[in-house]
Design a protein around this ligand. Sequence first.
Ligand code: GLA
Length: 737
Amino acid sequence: MNTFSKNCISIETPNAMLVLAKRGDIWAYAHIGSRAGKPEDYALLSASRPCGDSANGQATAETYPAFGSSRPNGRESFANRHGAIQVRHSDGDIATDWRCAAAREAAAPKGASHVEIELRDRKHKNFRATQHFLAWDDCDVFETWIDIANGEKGPVAITRMDSFCLHATGLAERFHIMSIAGNWGDEANVSESEIPRGQETTIGARSGVRDAWENNPALFLSFGDRATETTGRVLGGALCWSGTWEISAQHTYTHELRLRAGAANISGPYVLDAGKTITLPKFVFTWSDTGKGAASRALHRWARSHLMPHPGLRDILLNSWEGAYFDFDEKTLTDMMDGTKELGGEQFVVDDGWFGRGKFARDNDVVGLGDWVVNEKKLPRGMGFLAKEANKRGLKFGLWFEPEMANTESELIHGHPDWCLRVDGRNLRNGRGATQVVLDMTNPDVRNAVFDMMDKVIRETKNLAYIKWDANCDINNLGSPYLGPEKQGNLWFDYTQGVYSLFARLRAAHPGIVFQACSSGGAHADFGFLTHADEFWGSDNSCAQQRVFIQWGEGQFYPASAIAAHVTAVPNHQTRRMASLKYRFDVAMSGRLGFELHPKNMTKEEISIAKRGVEVYKRLRPVVQQGDLYRLASPYETDHAALLFVSADKRHAVAFVYGLGRRCNDGRPEPLRLAGLDPERRYLVKEIDISSEDQAAHPHVPVSGAKVGGAALAGAGLVFNLCPGDDSAVIEFTATR
Ligand code: GLA
């Protein structure tokens, strides 16, 4: 819903509103918050609020401030020295000064409204920006993005190119920022801190490829006291971008908040040729007056309904990696398929090691990347045979690729040394296997070659249902042979655009294929990749105890259906830790469940536990993958973690409780207060213990089997016990009326 008047635009969802007010000939933010009252009132009140500090050189809350803009401040005027956009125009002028040429409603998909604001530089009238705000009614999420058009006679050099710059005045005097950060095997640690008065907190990533790892491009910003799961005013936002990026939140001395987010030019300006337009990545955000839980649920709903390509439930798959690594032949894989079938799985995925020819046959991580041809020595009957074998068993078939990379030891790089990022006269800096390099995705020839190879394999395989898209190296060689000396600063942005365009082309040619975004584990866990992929690999660390933390962190922003979580063997290959099969299952079941082991190494008893687990997951899958998530107990604050998923109609729910090394006899955990259930309904409470043949066993939940009202379950809470050590409980709630 939008309301338009001469001096006020309000972009609204059922629960949130963004009000813009006209100040002279620009538009400025007047209000962001929950939807209440008349937009004009907010515009009026915001006009009476002092805004900006001349000391800092930025004095307005304009919607897309530019470096060098000139704004009256009382009787004086001065030049802005911040700005979301900073350029050097074709004549060397380093200032930009917008005026709004038009503001209008624009075409929007069903269920959304869309406002466009057209900006023109006062001097270079053909240097233009179009700012978009699109609001989704069903999830209270706003998308915003910018097109920059260079209508000047020569190239323009863009130094800063943020997608979003919110300037909020009068909302609070304290601000907190929460984000997730990590490393290989240790993704998505949650950290939160106050932004001190007068200071700026910045998160970002500079890998060029693995840019959701070190920091993830998403945040919660609390206005006032630190928001909890259920209380406090929060802006939840994320940049939909998988390349270098930066998000910063500044708490000015005058208690204003400037939030900026965008792709980062980390090696000099982006050169935009005359006549060209660049579209900057989307920033998505939501507002909650009731804490972080509601903000998470809004982003989850938006991603499921309006971003990820395939609606519907995700398959339970077995991936070959931890069960076979590079060491397999046809028989190994068909045995694994038999096992997958026996466990009740629905899909089989061949991971790394199936490609490369002759001396480049991929039997280790030193050779073969980039040569997307079947290794006929290992798999003489090709991929078509394997896919048929999988289909014969009623399984779908999937395959691993690492499209962005090559080994120097490959036919591809031997034939085209200039197809990887490299700098003339400098030694190559190699990644994994001491031979891995990143392909020059800015070059259309490279993208075409990779597309052709992948397309051929996909066609020959027939019925390929799933691709795991991996990426295991940073941009270490800081140069593109394709871009030429003037445009090396474009590398970071154009690389990611190149990756997206390859992805889009593959999807258009093969629309049915579900993609997993993987990058040394969770380094592609971002909404940029989830525009093309339906899920990401949560982490190469499959240790259940550590996955509790990793999935907790990722789930702050990304929906459970997108977090691939696999049951693996013990001792765990990354941490050597032991955990019961039930615990491993219970943890993986709160994401997109899969396996990563060789079923032939499982005992009979383990097979029967796993079969029960798969059956239970099939029943719970709609709630976990499509329901709303309520976080009940944080692993950072207690010795356990608890999550509740509730179906949209609130008739079905499931809680997962994971012990994290409780001490013996250390009191009782606080009951689970089940916010999120319908207080008016009664629920049959049932513990699901897959380790027991007797499905009525309920060692952790004394009232299992009873019918209890939603209001009491939320108020008094459900009493549960956990044994010392790594113990877990799964509790299902079914509405009885
Ligand atoms: C990366 C991925 C793993 C696996 C290996 C294969 O590390 O994150 O899941 O696919 O590559 O080489």
